[in-house]
Design a protein around this ligand. Sequence first.
Ligand SMILES: Cc1cc2nc3c(=O)[nH]c(=O)nc-3n(C[C@H](O)[C@H](O)[C@H](O)COP(=O)(O)O)c2cc1C
Length: 200
Amino acid sequence: MKKKLIVAMTGASGSIYGLRLISSLMTFPADVFVLMSEAGRQVTAHETDFKSGSIAEYLEQIGAVFHEQANLTETDPSDSFAPIASGSFRHNGMVIAPCSMNTLAAISSGITDNLIHRAADVCLKEKRPLILLPRETPFSLIHLKNMVSAAEAGATILPPSPGFYTLPETIDDLVDSIVARILDHLGFAYDLSPRWGGKE
Ligand SMILES: Cc1cc2nc3c(=O)[nH]c(=O)nc-3n(C[C@H](O)[C@H](O)[C@H](O)COP(=O)(O)O)c2cc1C
């Protein structure tokens, strides 16, 4: 069945996780709503070869595979009138990859001053999956407490800390191992990364 998902990229390091996640979701019959904070755009331009413009066009340029029933909708995070701002908009979950400490703090304290925070807040109140990839190192006690608050409210904290037991050879292998865990949590069948414990 076709799924509806929200993916937000914020200004933490690790933009590659968000781009790879969006690209992977495009291989499924899915409606994906993408939000990028201003800091997210700046850090992505610094860390990756996506410098500006539309993510859909960028994915086409790099030869990403699109399922014929995949749709990508990019929404400005300042657009508080967008459908995803409302609890009445039904979807299958939201991922924030990467999630900055700023956005984590907003979510854990219920502050909704942009559409990323608002959509995450809606996930928590409507009991829909919310997966956060918080990235900072080291974590302060404030960061850790904010993660506890978000987890207590129903979020899944999925730090982008790849395992090395699959013997990754490239950065893409490392990134895919995390994207595979996200897809698992969202209920997608994938073959991005080897699983531990044999063939499935
Ligand atoms: C190159 C660069 C890397 C950054 N990396 C991180 C990071 O890993 N984690 C983090 O919480 N903030 C990081 N920041 C700071 C955030 O971008 C900043 O706090 C911003 O206000 C976050 O806004 P947002 O939550 O709306 O995206 C970084 C900033 C820059 C310029």
